[in-house]
Design a protein around this ligand. Structure first.
Ligand code: FEO
Length: 369
């Protein structure tokens, strides 16, 4: 699809994917790539390896038998570099541009692949005729190699994973989607991918703050234009860890219903005090859904019955995921039911303490309530 004069989307839709390294993607995703045609032709990012032929067909539909001169590799993770071997095979004279970490990681991922590489640093330029790219490395948003690329003539920021959303339902532009729904998908993505990297995100926001940006082209989901102010405002809030002091998320699993009763009882108690409460049963909702609800919640309560002297595996997996995503300055509470030993409550308490949360008194029930 033509985005602007001589700028095209050539990426692919992966409508069927449902697990993105542990992050549930119920509506699939896209792997966005862009082609900029000037005196020289530049491809910005590639796609997941399984879609390489589709990418090559999309490129050929735009440029026919002309060759790609430059490939900008904003990020090495295989959802964006997996097709690189086939692209380099098809366009062997193309020169790859990326950060020093990008070069190191590409050579580790694809040791057999021969390609010319140019390392770039912050504010380096690449002129391709009338248009000029400016490189803006954004290390740890969310890998060491990560980078954004700005196209001055068109005021487009190719932001790679930053500002992405896992939406694979066919829309290309933000105006095709309801604005709050789109913001919620950007929030899901931030909570499950970007959350641990608040300081690098702040650096990125400062780095792009002075730029005139009419369009943000992320590597997943729809292209942002009219929603840019709302998405940037949300990112500013999220990277500053602004939470709702009256929001409680209660995450649990249950065996015979008592831990669920505790969850609902806690929920009622807080609702009656005027809190906004969401109870999430991990047998019904994925832990990545829970993370999205926690993004702006001050209170995180977690419950499990005792099973074989442990917490339930679903709750252990959630706590492992939660700890890795490092939400800060939350207030936690462990709860759970048991028959005769009751280790789960202490284990959940320890899991929440390991997240660095301030803890409220645990709540326990034996057999039933
Ligand atoms: Fe979309 Fe970090 O890859």
């Amino acid at each position: 699809m033509k985005l602007r004069e001589n700028i095209y989307t050539v990426g692919v839709t992966d409508a069927e994917i449902r697990s993105f390294h542990g992050y549930e993607t119920p509506i699939g995703t896209t792997y966005n790539a862009f082609l900029v045609v000037d005196e020289k032709i530049t491809l910005i990012d590639t796609v997941k390896g399984a879609f390489a032929e589709e990418l090559l067909a999309n490129i050929k539909a735009v440029i026919g038998d002309r060759a790609i001169d430059y490939i900008i590799c904003n990020h090495v993770e295989p959802d964006h570099s997996g097709a690189l071997p086939l692209v380099v095979g098809a366009y062997p004279s193309a020169v790859v541009y990326g950060t020093a970490n990008c070069e190191k990681e590409l050579k580790a991922y694809y040791p057999e692949l021969a390609f010319d590489f140019v390392q770039v640093k912050n504010q380096d330029n690449l002129n391709i005729g009338e248009k000029t790219f400016t490189f803006i490395p954004m290390p740890m948003v969310h890998w060491p190699d990560s980078m954004s690329t700005y196209l001055d003539t068109d005021k487009i920021l190719f932001s790679n994973d930053a500002f992405g959303q896992h939406i694979g339902t066919g829309e290309v532009m933000d105006c095709e989607l309801e604005s709050q729904w789109l913001l919620d998908r950007a929030g899901d993505y931030y909570a499950n991918i970007i959350l641990p990297f608040a300081t690098p995100v702040k650096r990125l926001m400062a780095g792009i703050g002075e730029l005139a940006v009419d369009m943000i082209c992320p590597s997943h989901g729809v292209i942002l234009a009219e929603s840019i102010p709302q998405v940037l405002e949300a990112y500013a809030r999220w990277c500053e860890n602004v939470t709702d002091e009256k929001k409680v998320v209660i995450v649990y699993d249950t065996m015979w219903g008592t831990t669920q009763k505790l969850a609902l009882q806690l929920g009622d108690e807080y609702s009656q005090k005027g809190y906004d409460v969401e109870c999430i049963n991990l047998s019904e909702k994925h832990h990545s859904y829970a993370m999205a609800q926690i993004l702006e919640a001050k209170y995180v309560f977690v419950g499990s019955p005792t099973l074989n002297n442990q917490m339930m595996p679903s709750v252990a997996a959630f706590l492992c995921y939660l700890r890795g995503l490092k939400p800060k300055d939350r207030i936690g509470r462990a709860f759970g039911s048991y028959g005769w030993s009751g280790e789960s409550i202490g284990a959940v308490q320890a899991g929440l303490e390991a997240c660095g949360f301030e803890m409220l008194e645990p709540v326990k029930a034996q057999w039933n309530i």
